[in-house]
Design a protein around this ligand. Structure first.
Ligand code: FES
Length: 271
């Protein structure tokens, strides 16, 4: 997991928790959306947390201090809704925890009593536990792993339901992670009549609502994650449609150096 601070004063000046940016590493790079993990309008920086798992994030890893990205667009999307909330549980799955971290911290900073369930496959993949505990408090962070190699052996959904059964009161449950996890988290919220919010990620191109690349179905209507989201009422998300769409580009998403994009005029990504 990499934590990067980028000097982007115009973005930092207007950024709010829950918003994201789209960046390109170079002129021919793909555009990837990343939720801001923080911002400082005084020194003009924004924070990004990411895992180097795809082509662009691997290229980001090669950027040295002092070098620049081709461009950064933002802040994009609607800020996290927090008004009127007293107690919230944020549920993060895998690398989704990197996106959940700024959400949870932003809520806590806004005065919401914020709990966090962090879920991972195993101990080696655990991230941001210390940072979350420092921000939310030790007794507000629950780490679970699928194989029990760290924290409690449980799925996030099971842990969430146990907390509710134990008497924890939440005004809202926020899910950030793989669509299948978010789907089940939102179902548990519905079972206990708790409103849920799903923070969706999608394939994005322009980030301004014009290309339609990030379309998803919410309550039977077409919405764009980039301008209408990225957070939506979890009970209204058409999860099957979202999961189908998120598999569209699985093959191309692999770290395939042989691919030559015709949009770039036949120029290859840097090797
Ligand atoms: Fe193009 Fe949202 S990214 S419409």
């Amino acid at each position: 997991m990499v934590w990067m601070k980028i000097y982007a004063p115009l973005v930092a000046k207007h950024a709010k928790p829950g918003q994201f940016i789209i960046l390109r590493t170079d002129e021919y790079g793909e555009r990837i959306p990343l939720t801001m993990a923080g911002h400082n309008s005084e020194d003009g920086t924004i924070d990004l947390i990411y895992a180097a798992v795809g082509r662009t994030t691997m290229l980001m890893d090669q950027i040295e201090v002092g070098e620049c990205f081709a461009d950064i667009v933002g802040p994009l999307g609607k800020p996290t809704h927090m008004e009127g909330l007293k107690s919230v549980c944020v549920v993060g799955g895998g690398t989704g925890n990197a996106l959940a971290y700024p959400l949870a911290c932003g809520m806590k900073d806004a005065g919401v009593d914020t709990y966090m369930v962090e879920g991972f496959k195993n101990k080696d993949l655990v991230i941001l536990e210390d940072e979350l505990k420092e921000h939310l408090g030790d007794d507000h962070v629950f780490v679970v792993t699928d194989d029990g190699s760290y924290g409690e052996k449980a799925f996030t959904t099971v842990k969430l339901e146990n907390l509710i059964k134990e008497g924890y009161q939440f005004d809202e449950i926020v899910a950030v992670g793989p669509p299948i996890m978010m789907k089940f988290v939102c179902e548990i919220a519905a079972k206990y009549n708790i409103p849920s919010v799903a923070s969706l990620t999608a394939y994005m191109i322009d980030g301004t609502g014009m290309c339609g690349g990030c379309r998803c179905k919410i309550g039977g209507e077409d919405k764009f994650v980039c301008v209408d989201g990225p957070e939506f009422d979890g009970s209204l998300v058409d999860w099957d449609d979202l999961m189908k769409r998120s598999n569209y580009y699985k093959e191309q998403e692999a770290y395939d150096r042989a691919h030559v994009c015709r949009l770039t005029g036949g120029v290859r990504y840097n090797d």
